[in-house]
Design a binder for this molecule. Sequence first.
Ligand code: MTE
Length: 363
Amino acid sequence: MERFDKQPAMIVHDGQPFNAESPLGQLRQNFLTSKDLFFSRNHGSIPEVNPDGYRLTVDGLVDSPLELSMEDLRGFPKKEVTAVMQCAGNRRDGLIQVAPIPGETPWGAGAIGNARWAGVSLREVLLATGVGDEARHAAFSGLDEVEGADGESFDYGGSIPVEKALGPEVLLAYEMNGEILPLEHGFPLRVVAPGYYGARSVKWLSGITLQEAPSDNYFQTHEYKLFAPGVSAETVEFFEGLMLGEMQVNAVICEPADGASLDAGPVYVRGYAVAGGGRRVERVDVSSDGGRSWVQADLLEGADEPWAWSFWEANLDLPPGEHRVVVRALDSSAGTQPATAAEVWNFKGYANNSWHGVRVMVR
Ligand code: MTE
């Protein structure tokens, strides 16, 4: 199986298409997630694109359509953004504990990573083509081939609202952490839509179309939509449901690991927290009694960066016995996390931002 030079400790859910997440202990070691530890989420083939022949088309409701080579794209000013990429399926395992979610990857809390992306500002490209008055959405298509349920094949796509596309933070990225974008992360060019779930950050980007409606690609109309708790695969009406965009506030304990056995005394609890849509992580609370009382964690790197994740740390004094340690974050809109996964269960298993917890045994 092709592992794309990922570290041996990566948790590989599928070989084809390749789907792998980062082990939490390693994920928390570096503020920027290295490429060999960065989760990879794919719905189809990973295309090998010849950068010399590569062209990006920008068309639809624009004043003058463009076809851009990599050389043309590198001619625009280079822009860098540190941004977290999080799959909407991150932490699906917590929802599966509430009720089964058949046919979906059972991601733990490692379908997330934080990188320094560099490329062209999408805004600059759109200002070069001109944005038509009627344009409401920027639809992206990828060069990968996805196989549908009936054996038909189609490309991956998705869209973001034009206001978001014109935000200074959205990139057409050709570098990740100072190196050429790796193959499995979208070489030679991908969208990075900071503050949004990863689904809209289309890899191996082939085209951008400005249009009145959101993308009609399967992954915008049938996947990455949030349905009410009572909706099932049998009863779903796909035109209903929320097209996921902005991430909500979320926090995860990376250390100690679930099930760890610890010596009595001070215990360092460490993890990551994210806030979507350009909001900041304002506060992180940690509880060692399942949420009855809380201590405030220290916010470390990233807390003042709107698009990155924040690292946090709390020091607990735990007496001998078994403890359930839980975390919750608060973002700059005062939004916080629901206590239980049951409150946010949905049949596709997206957007689990309920309190994250680990059980530890103190000797
Ligand atoms: N783009 C294409 N072309 N094909 C895909 O399967 N997966 C999306 C998004 N962009 C996908 C894609 C999803 S669901 C996520 S979470 C992110 O890419 C994952 O990015 P990564 O693999 O670089 O971590």
